[in-house]
Design a protein around this ligand. Structure first.
Ligand code: AVJ
Length: 367
């Protein structure tokens, strides 16, 4: 069964022991094979009950209000994606400054034949954070999977996208799962356990700090292992945004047209709807910068004057002028750092494709 992770109180224990044979690099750098060995002794993965799939209202209220009371205040980036937020994110992906989506697309196009050969045909394709399913649509044309499962926190947005997938691929078994990945994904019980390909594009893994990214990758490894099915022969295809010039990174998260600012500020409107709080987005401004030490873009909302935010049940938070709410991290991993994380999550084989500038990588990993 899928495990809950962000709420897992136990230490992050690697769950794999047996080192696999390394497949050494015999390709030019932009087609690099990454190889690694098993790193850790056998350890029991902590058994945590599967969390409810639906966004339980009480837990959303608790999660958001706890974040607002922290020092500094935080709002999880998963709350960006209401209907408008999902649409604003779609607009971001078309901005001239926002290179990740189109670079990932170019990498997938450029190396389509090799990627298809590596991952295999007729699979059960499971896309996490599927959104508009645009990337899966392109992948389905080359991979002809037997089954497609779109998983996204924005269930309504996903329904429309999945309906369009059914139209384009009438012979494919198409499913939609509305789920908050950070609480564990429960797939339909009748889903094949062998030949699964988990697809996690867009460098969304970068939204999690490395310990949480490790837990997510472990959960993905569980899913591709067919949740314990012997000979499951599964894989993971994942997009990774790589470190690059700070100017390029910062422009991508602070575009001239202000779409990213609108996207960031929209989280306040969404939070007002979710918990009944009193945020006035006009009192806040968008901040984005690269934190070099942590190799991450940080997005914040900064109060432009002293203000107070209230919510039902007597909740209140005062903000001084200039005080910030931290809304997002977007980690940029080097390929060696990321393949190390994959290895610790139990993926012993990985192969990466990148663009000529080395801005973005698509990685195929197998247990
Ligand atoms: C969807 C997490 C990949 O971090 O680049 C885009 C979200 N935030 N602009 C990213 C985002 C601001 C995006 N991910």
């Amino acid at each position: 069964m899928a495990q809950a992770f962000l709420h897992n109180p136990s230490p992050l224990l690697p769950t794999r022991s047996a080192p696999r044979q390394a497949a050494w690099n015999a390709k030019p750098p932009h087609l690099a094979f990454e190889a690694f060995e098993g790193l850790a002794p056998e350890a029991e993965s902590a058994a945590v009950p599967v969390a409810a799939q639906a966004l339980a209202e009480q837990s959303v209220f608790d999660e958001i209000t706890q974040g607002l009371l922290q020092q500094p205040a935080t709002i999880s980036p998963k709350f960006f994606y209401d209907q408008l937020g999902s649409e604003l994110f779609e607009s971001i992906t078309r901005l001239p400054e926002y290179y990740p989506t189109r670079t990932e697309h170019a990498v997938m196009q450029q190396h389509a034949a090799e990627i298809a050969a590596a991952v295999g045909q007729g699979r059960t394709l499971i896309e996490l954070g599927a959104g508009n399913c645009e990337k899966a649509r392109a992948l389905c044309r080359t991979l002809a999977p037997a089954c497609f499962v779109g998983v996204d926190i924005s269930a309504d947005f996903l329904q429309g996208a999945v309906a369009r997938m059914r139209e384009e691929f009438p012979h494919m078994d198409v499913r939609a799962v509305g789920a908050d990945m950070t609480r564990g994904v429960t797939l339909p019980a009748d889903l094949p356990r062998t030949g699964r390909l988990v697809f996690y594009p867009g460098s969304s893994i970068g939204n999690f700090d490395p310990p949480h990214a490790l837990m997510l990758l472990e959960q993905m490894r569980e899913l591709v292992d067919g949740e314990g099915e012997p000979g499951a022969d599964g894989g993971l295809l994942i997009g990774i945004d790589l470190p690059k010039e700070v100017e390029v990174l910062e422009a991508a998260y602070d575009d001239a047209a202000g779409v990213t600012a609108a996207f960031n500020l929209n989280v306040l409107t969404h939070v007002n709807r979710l918990i009944g709080s009193s945020f006035d987005p006009a009192q806040w401004r968008h901040l984005a910068f690269f934190n070099t030490l942590q190799s991450r873009i940080e997005m914040h909302l900064q109060a432009m004057s002293p203000l107070q935010v209230r919510w039902p049940g007597g909740g209140v938070r005062d903000f001084a002028a200039g005080e910030c709410i931290h809304t997002e991290n977007s980690y940029k991993y080097t390929l060696p750092a990321f393949t190390d994380l994959l290895a610790r999550a139990g993926f012993s084989r990985a192969r990466a494709w990148t663009d000529p500038r080395g801005w973005f990588a698509v990685v195929h990993a197998q247990p």
